[in-house]
Design a protein around this ligand. Structure first.
Ligand code: PLP
Length: 343
């Protein structure tokens, strides 16, 4: 039986063109900065993000955590949204790796929080007995909220607030490419409001591995040292960096198709009885919904038995993510499977 896999956009497999680029990649030892393909990827990504420099890292988690580590000191506090990836899904790494505590803001249903929610949380620098607020973190698009986009004016306002209080501001832009194709706001415009940015190559862009972090030259120099300290100094990684470069050059604009597939899926699901969905949240390639009258685990198992793999979101929610390895026909079949399981 063919399985339709909507668990995540990370399940995409490298295309023939991408594999060819990997096969052909020129390589060298990246710990000596001698891998020409990695160097090309980092230069290209830095330009795309409008930053002085960039660094190739194996994963989005490592990317976020290196940025937090470089910009803070142990005992500092980071302000982020309650459903942020760095809080929910990064194994407690802000505490484990950098001695940080997180101060959580309740975003709206789209995971968006505003400067007036953040300002009262910023601790006075005179209060030596308090953790010092050092950084604000924003996730765009917001995974756990359902791939929602943070409005650029809100991002600007949060960035201005960070400047006013001498705080750093970090973007978890794992899916910043999805925000760009949907709004037309370029990645460098988004990135210009942040000190550090982390973006994934291995999600909707279809690379098998890899993320990019970007910022000022001095920041990337420190990030390079932290990556090595954490065991992330890699050698002839042009073979995988070439996939990332191919992804950035060929697969950004096509993300629009994934958004269309998500809208198609959401529209189909909204007509199914025993299912709750908020269509307002479907802005990019993630669709959250709740099956009623059945546990999440049982629903997932029944869908799997019928050939459909689904992920989970917030408590009581299913997450379906569209990507380049599912077709419009697959989406129609998936909708039918969900309907039959809930009938
Ligand atoms: C918003 C966000 N940030 C970071 C990550 C981490 O990426 P990785 O799985 O490459 O560590 C993810 C992965 O799903 C994500 O959705």
């Amino acid at each position: 039986m063919k399985l339709i896999d909507l668990r995540s956009d990370t399940v995409t497999k490298p295309s023939a063109g991408m594999r060819k680029a990997m096969y052909d990649a020129e390589v060298g030892d990246d710990v000596y900065k001698e891998d020409p393909t990695v160097n090309k990827l980092e230069e290209y990504a830095a330009e795309l993000l409008g930053k002085e420099a960039a660094l190739f890292v194996p994963t989005g988690v490592m990317g976020n955590q290196i940025c937090l580590n470089v910009l803070t000191s142990p005992g500092d506090e980071v302000i982020c949204e309650r459903h942020a990836h760095i809080f929910q899904y990064e194994s407690g790494s802000p505490a484990r790796l950098s001695g940080l505590q997180l101060s959580l803001v309740d975003g709206n249903k789209k995971g968006i929080f505003t400067p007036d929610q953040v300002e009262p949380l910023i601790r006075p620098t005179s209060a030596y007995y308090m953790a010092q607020t050092r950084l604000i973190e924003i996730e765009n698009t917001h995974n756990r909220a359902g791939g929602t986009i943070n409005p650029i004016d809100n991002i600007k306002a949060l960035s201005q607030l960070a400047r006013k209080y001498n705080l750093y501001i970090h973007l978890d832009g794992a899916r910043i490419w999805n925000a760009y194709v949907e709004t037309g706001i370029k990645p460098d415009e988004y990135a210009s409001h942040f000190d550090s940015v982390s973006c994934c190559l291995s999600k909707g862009l279809g690379a098998p591995i890899g993320s990019i972090i970007a910022g000022k030259k001095e920041f990337i120099k420190e990030a390079f040292a932290v990556r090595k300290a954490w065991g992330g100094g890699m050698r002839q990684v042009g073979v995988i960096a070439s996939a990332g470069l191919y992804a950035l050059k060929n697969n950004i604009e096509r993300l629009k198709e994934d958004h269309q597939k998500a809208k198609l899926l959401a529209a189909g699901l909204s007509e199914i009885k025993n299912l709750s969905i908020d269509l307002d949240l479907v802005e990019t390639n993630i669709v959250m919904f709740s099956p009623n009258g059945i546990s999440i685990e049982e629903f997932q198992l029944k869908c799997k038995a019928n050939g459909l793999l689904l992920g989970t979101g917030k408590v009581g929610e299913i997450r379906a993510v569209t990507h380049m390895d599912v077709s419009v026909d697959d989406i129609k079949v998936a909708t039918g499977i969900i309907k039959s399981v809930l009938a």
